[in-house]
Design a protein around this ligand. Sequence first.
Ligand code: NAD
Length: 476
Amino acid sequence: MDMVTVGDPKMTIGGQAAPTTDFVEVINPSTAEPFVKAPVANPMQVNDAVAAAKAAFPAWSTTPIAERQQLVRAFAAKLRENIDILAHMLTSEQGKPINNAKGEINGAIATMESYCDLDLDPVVIRDKPEQFVELRRRPLGPVAAITAWNYPVLLCLWKLGPCLVAGNTVVVKPALVTPLATLKIGEIAREIFPAGVVNVINGGNEVGAALVTHPDIRKIAFTGSTATGKRIMADAAPTLKRLTLELGGNDAGIVLPDVDPKKFANDIFWAKFSNCGQVCAALKRLFVPDSLHDALIAEMIEIARSVKIGDGFADGIQMGPIQNAAQHARLVALVEDAKAKGATVLHVGEVPDGPGYWFPITLLGDVPSNADIVHEEAFGPILTVYRYSDPEDALARANASQFGLGASVWTSDVGAGAALAERMEAGSTWVNQHPSMGPDIPFGGVKQSGLGVEGARWGLEEYTSVHVVNVKKVGP
Ligand code: NAD
């Protein structure tokens, strides 16, 4: 990996490149080798970034929304101009195939831009001869946007769009293991926004925690694990910060007996294995009727055997590595635990030779209910398959999870699918797809999968507070 191609990444504080003496080596997960040093914020710089966001807030929050949207559009255009370098950084640090990296960036830019078509106009609640009541939306103040390593660009831009359009300023902190594309986004933002509106710092969990406890941060927009989400909720309590928490999932999908395995297998397969299974709302637990089990698994194994796994820069690669060593070790442990407790390995695929955090496509059956993987999120290419004979039993087992991010029903009877979807405990339930998102569709989790939503008007409103103006009309 060429050190020069990713340049000399810098943090952005108060509209300037922020020099630092602290660095972290960024590892390419396809080689397990460090390839560039990224800056890390010291505690003073965390404070500087928050101070810059606070100082920029009065002017930015009172800039007309149409002007803010114009700048967000200009930002989107500049990001598009930089798609090649952003995608190069993303594949280098995350491992995903370069075409998927471009897809992530283009999709995320479009989602960010979609907030430029929304408004936050006041809503009149009462308009009577004696009284006028209006609901207005106000920005909150400096926001901390804290992201995970599976979709670094998407998670960042999904937050920047509503945050900035609503009139907030922001300090972004990516995951320490994938900072490059996010730092580049900060650099590009410097050219567009007034100083201090967008600050990007890098650092580990302690930098995240410093933002969460900082008295001048008004909201935490977080994507990451449920365990960290709980920590953030506790740490944010003393200052009663607003929270959006997009957390983990252990999504179930129920296949109904009318499914043609040949027709459905490909979509079900990729519902699990896209992005090497490192997707919060991937289909992680598949419920299959006894009558279809063998045929559907056979089809999925055939697809698994055809998948090209390797370095995301190589031609035709469909699946990259696991992003980091700790996550890889966690997946190994989950599979070993399930096997030790009696699970059957239905399929385990091949991985490239040599270094890199490669993990084989794995299908597990007969997973006993005391296996960790039944209850905990497997954030990688492992699908657990559960047989059923009674759909009500499948539904009860699907819903018996602490998580509630996504869910799906697979059927050629869309009416039956929609009826069962209604009964699944999730923030989104899809029929014949999993997941499916769009800029006009909100996304969020129930139970321990999260708090609040991202996306569309509902996501925009999460970056505002309600301000009621209530006028009693008293004449002269
Ligand atoms: P993580 O929780 O370990 O880290 C996420 C981010 O939080 C990182 O930037 C990290 O530095 C920061 N952080 C850690 N401790 C912190 C603290 N105490 N205070 C503030 N910040 C802190 O998660 P991860 O392993 O990087 O990401 C994988 C997880 O993210 C999975 O569980 C996955 O399901 C979840 N995820 C959820 C969604 C969603 O939209 N629901 C999307 C993508 C990923």
